[in-house]
Write a protein that binds this ligand. Structure first.
Ligand SMILES: NC(=O)c1ccc[n+]([C@@H]2O[C@H](COP(=O)([O-])OP(=O)(O)OC[C@H]3O[C@@H](n4cnc5c(N)ncnc54)[C@H](OP(=O)(O)O)[C@@H]3O)[C@@H](O)[C@H]2O)c1
Length: 350
């Protein structure tokens, strides 16, 4: 955590560079991953050239894990990553690890109609993803949400077959609860659970995180800035594009937004006191939760990426951690982390 981005860049891929392991069976990765979703979906228009430059800058800085979903822009995000990797220096391309979510069923209009975790669907999704990514394997493959009609054992069993065949290296899970973690881990080794975790989304601490630790499963934490809410850059008067997730997210509505932004201002006081930014403090807090947790940062621009990487320089002392948690107490967020219809898909919230 004391490594500077410059030192990280110098050490990129070199033995002794900063790493965290994804569970007891997963790959070693740079301590921050890049979540590429916002470059294709959910946060309004993204600039393609800047997206590619951001992926390249992340790889240059030593980032190894690139997270995507085949449904992010319905293939757009995988094609973007494919282009970024094709045009990156060979050494960076070889170090890069792809983490892909699948299973979401979409409509032409962009709607989500459910999830398909049947083994034949897994094989179909995988074939398309490999083609779009232009790679002969995916490093970590996971269903985005559990398909309630298909036992998790069958979905994970199908990914395990793809591991056997060499098309996938590791199996991951996304937004599942402790029981599902145990059932999946009984079928095959699980590298990591991808799940929302931030100062204002601490639900995993009670049962899910201890279970993952017991089973030797790592955590890739998403939403560490709570979709930008905790970044210190989000303002009350920000205009959101049609289809922006935040336009529907309970935490960004009316009074909830006011209350949540008040928490951000309290956090800003702590961040200012340390001479770092709000986003860096929020990311550093997640990094401080354990060496088995790898935050995915959703930077879409190089300036945001540079800010996020700076979190690795932030050392939070016991007094700092107490101040951060006093500013943003556990459970203080106003509003759920997803709209009700999407909460219903979360095995992790049962
Ligand atoms: N498994 C799942 O269910 C799931 C769900 C959601 C996401 N994910 C994965 O997790 C990744 C991260 O999630 P997320 O994008 O929601 O999380 P996030 O990092 O909490 O939020 C990203 C948002 O924060 C804003 N931001 C402001 N300052 C930033 C900074 N310094 N660094 C990074 N972002 C900054 C971005 O800004 P601008 O608007 O200014 O660009 C963007 O809108 C996704 O890309 C995706 O790969 C997984």
């Amino acid at each position: 955590m004391t490594t500077t981005p410059a030192a990280a860049a110098a050490a990129a891929g070199a033995p002794g560079g900063p790493v965290r392991s994804l569970g007891s069976t997963g790959p070693a990765v740079f301590p921050l991953g890049l979540g590429c979703m916002g470059m294709s979906a959910l946060y309004g228009e993204a600039d393609r050239g800047e997206s590619l430059a951001t992926i390249h800058a992340a790889l240059d800085a030593g980032v190894t894990l690139l997270d995507t979903g085949d449904f992010y822009g319905m293939g757009h995000n995988e094609l973007l990553i494919s282009e970024a990797l094709r045009t990156a220096p060979a050494a960076a391309r070889e170090r890069a690890l792809t983490s892909v979510k699948f299973g979401a069923l979409r409509t032409v209009e962009g709607g989500f109609t459910g999830y398909d975790g049947r083994p034949e669907a897994v094989r179909n999704f995988l074939a398309y993803s490999l083609q779009r990514l232009g790679r002969d394997h995916i490093d970590i493959y996971r269903i985005a949400r559990v398909d309630p009609a298909v036992p998790i054992e069958e979905t994970v069993g199908a990914i395990a077959e793809a591991v056997e065949a060499g098309h996938v290296r590791h199996i991951g899970l996304s937004e599942v609860g402790a029981d599902t973690l145990r059932r999946a881990a009984a079928v095959a080794p699980i590298a990591d659970l991808q799940i929302e975790y931030s100062l204002i989304s601490r639900g995993i601490e009670r049962e899910i995180l201890p279970t993952a630790r017991e089973l030797g499963i790592g955590v890739t934490a998403y939403g560490v800035l709570s979709r930008g809410l905790l970044s210190g850059h989000f303002t009350r008067d920000r205009e959101l594009a049609p289809g922006d997730f935040r336009g529907m997210s309970p935490r960004f509505q009316g009074e909830n937004l006011d209350r949540n932004l008040a928490l951000v201002e309290a956090l800003r006081t702590v961040a200012d006191g340390k001479g770092v930014s709000v986003a860096q403090t929020a990311i550093a807090w997640v990094l401080s939760r354990g060496g088995d947790i790898v935050p995915l940062v959703g930077a879409r621009r190089r300036d945001r990426l540079a800010e996020a990487l700076g979190a690795m320089e932030v050392v939070l002392s016991a007094a700092d951690l107490a101040a951060v948690e006093e500013a943003v107490p556990a459970g203080a967020a106003a509003g759920e982390r997803y709209p009700a219809a999407q909460m219903a898909h979360l095995d992790s919230e049962r």
